[in-house]
Design a protein around this ligand. Structure first.
Ligand code: KIV
Ligand code: ZN
Length: 381
């Protein structure tokens, strides 16, 4: 039997762009979208056209630029938002309007000032209207995880009846724990059997550092779409990181038995482009795309890596478009040092190597990475 297919919904250009200080120009959105297409994502959420004329234009340019992925645009339940999304998406090969409304008591009472019955009514009319303007409609219950599952099930049923073919249950404020998020999805699906006929989607934020774990937990209980961003950028602490989810599903296929259409070799290029155009640096120790993710400095690790890369690496770096490195620093050992010399075409005698290694250790104790060329200066002269 073939593995279950998980659709990757990239929201770097919408939720990711909502990170403080990021304002991508339309041509920059199109450039990132083209890389997302090379990456092989299924859906590119390009923006929120009702939010600003610039975002409208950004979605329009992305819609015109892409061939294979579905292009999505966000809209509140307001008619003017939905109309703007439909118009911005008009040039897309395949379009999706992503309608959302909040379902938690705190959002309904304090933010929207709406009674639950009015939320249900708006969900229905918004999906019905969006259905007339795009190829498909996704419906999201904002703050789903702090909502009553019975109410969420009621809203979802209405959305599906109105024509939504994707239903998303976001952990908007990153509050859920993995087993709770999985349990919540299962509970809503139990109460709303109509969800079995549509795509069930996970959308997680990283306020407790659990966005990826929660997304993976959702896959285990049957979610078939995961919403995520390159480098995990997004509101507050960010969204679930695309690269971490995709690589986890691939490396631990033994556990998940699912597949995605992502070409992981394009991950590094996507990460660099998003970082360059957003100005958001990738932390050195970030999984998969951080500069240290495939770097081994400690002597014991370097020795292991030189003997067999499986000793300290569970992912082949080439699979995500990067190379393994053995940086030389305070903790490095003689093996990696000798290898670095050989790589530079230096064939040192044992005495020369000892002298160079002593000099290297003295420099490395001063802190930071050591440039081998500084160490070798004078050793072979
Ligand atoms: O986090 C969230 O709830 C969202 C919705 C608008 C889908 O981003
Ligand atoms: Zn979000």
């Amino acid at each position: 039997m073939s593995a279950r297919r998980i659709s990757i919904f990239d929201t770097t250009l919408r939720d990711g762009e909502q990170s403080p200080g990021i304002a991508l120009q339309p041509h920059e959105k199109a450039e990132i979208a083209e890389q997302l297409e090379r990456l092989g994502v299924d859906v590119v959420e390009a923006g929120f056209p009702g939010a600003s004329p610039g975002d409208f234009e950004g979605v329009r340019e992305v819609a015109l630029a892409l061939g294979t992925p579905t292009v999505a645009a966000l809209a509140r339940t307001r008619v003017e938002d939905i109309d703007a999304a439909g118009e911005a998406l008009a040039g897309a090969r395949r379009s999706r309007i992503h309608v959302f409304i909040a379902t938690s008591p705190v959002h309904m009472e304090r933010k929207l000032g709406l009674e639950p019955a009015e939320v249900v009514r708006q969900a229905r009319s918004a999906v019905e209207h969006a259905r007339t303007l795009a190829d498909e409609v996704e419906f999201s219950c904002e703050d789903a995880t702090r909502s009553d599952p019975a109410f969420v099930a009621r809203v979802c049923r209405v959305a599906v009846e109105a024509g939504a073919t994707v239903v998303n249950l976001p952990d908007t404020v990153g509050y859920a724990l993995p087993h709770q998020y999985a349990g919540f999805l299962a509970e809503v699906r139990r109460r709303c059997p109509e969800l079995r006929g549509v795509t069930l989607s996970a959308h997680c934020h990283d306020d407790l550092g659990l966005a990826v774990a929660n997304s993976l937990a959702a896959v285990l209980v049957g979610a078939t779409q995961v919403e995520c961003t390159v480098n995990g950028i997004g509101e507050r602490a960010g969204n679930a990181s695309l690269e971490e989810i995709v690589v986890a599903l691939r490396v631990r296929r033994d556990h998940f038995d699912v597949e995605t259409s992502v070409d992981t070799a394009q991950i590094a290029a996507a990460s660099r482009l998003v970082s360059d155009l957003t100005g958001y640096a990738v932390p050195r120790n970030k999984a998969i795309v951080g500069a240290n993710a495939f770097a081994h400095e400690a002597g014991i690790h370097q020795d292991g890596m030189l003997k067999d890369e499986r000793t300290y690496q569970i992912i082949e770096p080439e699979q995500v478009g990067v190379r393994m490195t053995l940086p030389l620093g305070k903790h490095s050992g003689r093996h990696a040092f000798a290898r670095a010399c050989t790589e530079r075409g230096l064939h040192l005698t044992a005495d020369e190597l000892n002298a160079a290694f002593r000099r290297f250790k003295a420099l490395a104790d001063g802190g930071g990475a050591v440039a081998i060329d500084d160490v070798l200066q004078g050793v072979t002269a």
